[in-house]
Structures are given as structure tokens and as C-alpha cells.
Design a protein. Structure first.
Length: 305
């Protein structure tokens, strides 16, 4: 099949390569000319503008947007909408809020343009391992691109699926990432507990590799944990600072709106916030309160102990 790809970062570039290797024709565009040149060297058809990309696609066109969520995606979709025609398809494979995807689908529908939101998981491993794809949109539009999805997925018959109408793909991906927060937090806490049991001199990398086989907690995240601990047993040079890209927040906000209890995911998100404070004010206040009511000693900030 023929597909336009906008955005050639790590994900977009690797997806382009996987699709070309699968026999598809990719017309690409990125604001970075070097990224476009690299994709062209790998067999893609280069474009210097969105208009040129659209002009090189045969109707009905399909264009995959793989740029950062928020304003970059919003602007790209608006620009595309002015260039495309009825029955063309725009796909958003980024981590957009599902409510934005629903709104965009309605706006594009008025022009006769189909919108497909694709929750995409796989990261830097997707090129070789394939991507997990959670797809939202009208059935007839999704079916037109089944060969694209089957090529990107780990296998033609697994790892991808049409999960519902527009917005459903990004909603499912949002929940997926919320679960990921909880799983990562549980692994992190368990290994931290073992790291503190110094009298046993536990080899954390060894334990992670033991758990990889036969254990009920084995997973791809555990595989990556084992790899990280093998490469850097004491995690030297890594700051205890954990960003979040938004999906965890959206998951917790949705839970509040629906009155659904998500204690593990919520606490995992809160712990990420906590990791960004070198001297949490709340902890200082706790120390001050203990001093006020019980006369407990306060540790000065310059005390290394």
C-alpha cells in the first residue's frame, strides 16, 4: 500500500522503515530535512512540504501523523485537512488525549475526511519486535488500512485490533500507559527493598534474570529491568527524576470523572511527581511539626548523615 508519514522521530522513522521492509510505499515529511534525507536513503519518497507530500499520494490518500501530542498534532491535522479531499484518511499515532481525537474526528467528518486514532506502543523496539496497535475509527476506514496495521504489528494476526469508534484507540492506549505506571512502580519498589537488605548482599541483576523464567511476575518490563541492572548494577549516573508524558494524569482524571477507584495507578503517578523534588516542602513541614509537638530533633540541610 501507499502511505504518507509525517514525523520522523524515533517512532516515525522506525515505523517508516518497517513498512518499507514490508513492501509498502512511504511518502515522508519532517521539519528536519536530515530526517527526511535519512528516510529517503532507506527507500522512502521525500517531501519538503505537507503540500508536496499530499501531491505525491494517489487518491484516496492515507496520511499518518506521528508528531508530539498537543499543538504540533493539532496544527498538522488542520494543515492536512486543507490539503486533503473527501474519502481521504488521517491517522494519529501519537499519544493524543482521546477527547481531542473525538473532536478531530467530528471536525474532519464534516469535510468527508476519515480520522483514525492509533494508540501505538513499542517504543525503540518496535522496528524489530513490532508495534502494539489499538485502533479507533469507522470500520470501513480502518479496514482499508488493515495491511498497514498488519505490517506494523508483531505479526499479521496478533498485537493489533480495531477497538472501537474514534477516540477508542487513544482511550485504550491511555489506560495501557496508566497500567504501565503501576507495573513499573511495583518493580521499582520491590527492587529497592531488596537493595536495602544489605546484610544479604543480594545480586539484583541475578534475581531479575531468575524471575524472567517461570515466575508469575515475568514480563517485558522485567526483561528491560534485568538488562538495566546488568548494564549498571548500582544505576550510577542516573538521577531519581521520573517525568510523565501525560497519559497517567489523564487516566487518573478519567477515573475521578467516572468515580472508579485506581489507587495503584494514582499512587504511581504521585510518586513520579515526588521524584522531581530534591527537597520536598511537605517532608520539611513534617519534620517541623514533629519538632513543634514533640521536641524531636531537626536535621539541618547541611548535615550529610
Amino acid at each position: 500500500m501507499q502511505l504518507g508519514m509525517i514525523g520522523l522521530g524515533k517512532m516515525g522513522a522506525n515505523m517508516t522503515t518497517r513498512l518499507i521492509q514490508g513492501g509498502h510505499t512511504l511518502v515522508v515529511y519532517d521539519r528536519n530535512p536530515e530526517a527526511v534525507q535519512a528516510a529517503a536513503a532507506g527507500g522512502a519518497i521525500a517531501s519538503t512540504t505537507l503540500a508536496e507530500l499530499v501531491s505525491q499520494l494517489a487518491a484516496p490518500r492515507a496520511v499518518w501523523v506521528m508528531v508530539p501530542a498537543g499543538d504540533p498534532t493539532e496544527q498538522t491535522i488542520h494543515e492536512l485537512a486543507a490539503l486533503l479531499s473527501a474519502d481521504d484518511i488521517i491517522l494519529d499515532g501519537g499519544n493524543s488525549n482521546y477527547k481531542d481525537s473525538q473532536r478531530r474526528a467530528d471536525l474532519l467528518k464534516a469535510q468527508g475526511i476519515h480520522f483514525i486514532d492509533v494508540g501505538t506502543s513499542g517504543g525503540i523496539w518496535g522496528l524489530n519486535e513490532g508495534y502494539s496497535l489499538m485502533i479507533g475509527g469507522a470500520p470501513e476506514a480502518v479496514q482499508r488500512l488493515n495491511l498497514i496495521f498488519a505490517t506494523l504489528a508483531p505479526a499479521p494476526d496478533r498485537g493489533w485490533g480495531h477497538v472501537g469508534p474514534a477516540g477508542a484507540g487513544h482511550f485504550v492506549k491511555m489506560v495501557h500507559n496508566g497500567i504501565e505506571y503501576g507495573l513499573m512502580q511495583a518493580y521499582a519498589e520491590g527492587f529497592e527493598l531488596m537493595q536495602h537488605k544489605t546484610e544479604l548482599a543480594l545480586d539484583l541483576a541475578q534475581i531479575a534474570t531468575i524471575w524472567q523464567h517461570g515466575s508469575v511476575v515475568r514480563s517485558w518490563l522485567l526483561d528491560l529491568t534485568a538488562r538495566a541492572l546488568t548494564e549498571n548494577p548500582h544505576l550510577d549516573g542516573i538521577a531519581a527524576y521520573v517525568p510523565d508524558s501525560g497519559e497517567g494524569r489523564w487516566t487518573v482524571q478519567e477515573a475521578v470523572d467516572l468515580a472508579v477507584a485506581l489507587p495503584v495507578i494514582t499512587l504511581a503517578l504521585q510518586n513520579r511527581f515526588r521524584s522531581r523534588s530534591e527537597q520536598p516542602f511537605g517532608d520539611k513541614l513534617l519534620a517541623a511539626m514533629r519538632n513543634q509537638f514533640g521536641g524531636h530533633a531537626i536535621k539541618p540541610t547541611d548535615d550529610p548523615a
